[in-house]
Design a protein around this ligand. Structure first.
Ligand code: NAD
Length: 300
């Protein structure tokens, strides 16, 4: 039986609509407009695209968008001064420093200088600790998006066997903590895992965050399992014409979709949820800062 396709684009549009509704209410009832500040250092083309689309969607949901660009040559002191200003600015509820930073800047130092209450990326050491200990954290956007899709697909995740492939700080590790928080039995697989197919075969939930095109094969998937493909890999697509490329995930979609119960496509799965969750986190940060109830269903 073919799997249900989890439509991340449609899901993300619903999340953004929910955020927009709550932003309108905050503004009309309390005179508060949530604000997101994005800091971009240097001219990295991919980062410029991300920052532009974050700014556009921030405005679309009715939030204030503040964009700060520093030159490639900016010093750590200059960047830390900017972060300090944003920490003190009452109109800014969320701060995101676009990664990667140029090599001469220490990302950990900069991220840990952000007020944890405004750390909408959830990368501050204090939010990492809060997530790991089940306290009110700002949760990294991509794993939060995966969790919202899993909750929507399954309802309760309690007792399910989950395998997360990849142990990065931005996806794999927070995903582990989120699934553990939902009472899954979680295995984290990585580049040194022995017999990955065997590990994946026992999972009711597979989250693949590796960065290797089509690595997870359909015959690794337990029949009926839910597969969340975080990977975004650009590969050659000669069938589309000379020099053409296309995006694929870490999971071999066609074979996996024959076996899984539900699966996210690439593109159109996890990707769109990431920015939607950034907006949700900014709303959450604004509500917390003002002592108002948090948006329902968009936090952990
Ligand atoms: P990363 O390079 O930081 O981590 C990759 C992980 O994969 C590592 O922990 C490594 O141990 C593991 N790994 C490598 N080879 C493996 C193998 N053969 N078997 C098992 N595990 C192996 O990557 P990341 O930042 O976590 O990103 C992973 C993928 O997710 C990338 O394709 C990235 O583009 C994508 N991504 C997508 C979004 C989104 O919004 N959809 C966000 C972040 C990352």
């Amino acid at each position: 039986m073919a799997a249900t396709i989890i439509d991340g684009k449609a899901f993300a549009a619903r999340v953004r609509a929910q955020v927009a509704g709550q932003v309108a209410r905050l503004t009309s009832e309390h005179g508060i407009t949530p604000g997101l500040a994005v800091v971009l250092v240097g001219e990295d083309p991919a980062s410029q695209v991300y920052v532009r689309s974050k700014g556009k969607m921030t405005i679309e949901v009715g939030m204030a968008s503040f964009e700060h660009r520093l030159p490639e040559t900016a010093t750590e002191g200059e960047l830390l001064d900017l972060v300090d200003c944003l920490n003190k600015d009452d109109q800014v509820h969320g701060i995101l420093v676009q990664l990667p930073l140029p090599d001469h800047l220490n990302s950990n130092l900069v991220i840990n200088a952000i007020d944890p209450a405004k750390d909408v990326d959830g990368f501050h050491i204090s939010n990492v600790g809060r997530l790991g200990t089940g306290q009110n954290a700002m949760v990294p956007c991509t794993p939060l998006g995966c969790l919202l899709m899993l909750r929507d697909t399954h309802g309760s995740l309690s007792g399910l066997d989950a395998v997360v492939i990849g142990r990065s700080n931005i996806v794999g590790k927070p995903m582990f903590n989120l699934l553990l928080g939902e009472s899954c039995t979680v295995t984290v697989a990585h580049s040194r895992t022995k017999d990955l197919p065997k590990v994946v075969r026992r999972a009711d939930i597979v989250v693949a965050a590796v960065g290797r095109p089509n690595m997870v094969k359909g015959n690794w998937i337990k029949p009926g399992a839910t597969v969340i493909d975080v990977g975004i890999n650009r590969i050659d697509a000669p069938e589309r014409g000379e020099g053409k490329t296309r995006l694929v995930g870490d999971v071999e979609f066609d074979s996996a979709a024959q076996v899984a119960g539900a699966i996210t496509p690439v593109p159109g799965g996890v990707g769109p949820m990431t920015i939607a969750c950034l907006l949700a986190n900014t709303l959450t940060a604004c509500c917390r800062a003002n002592g108002l109830p948090e948006p329902e269903g968009l936090t952990v």
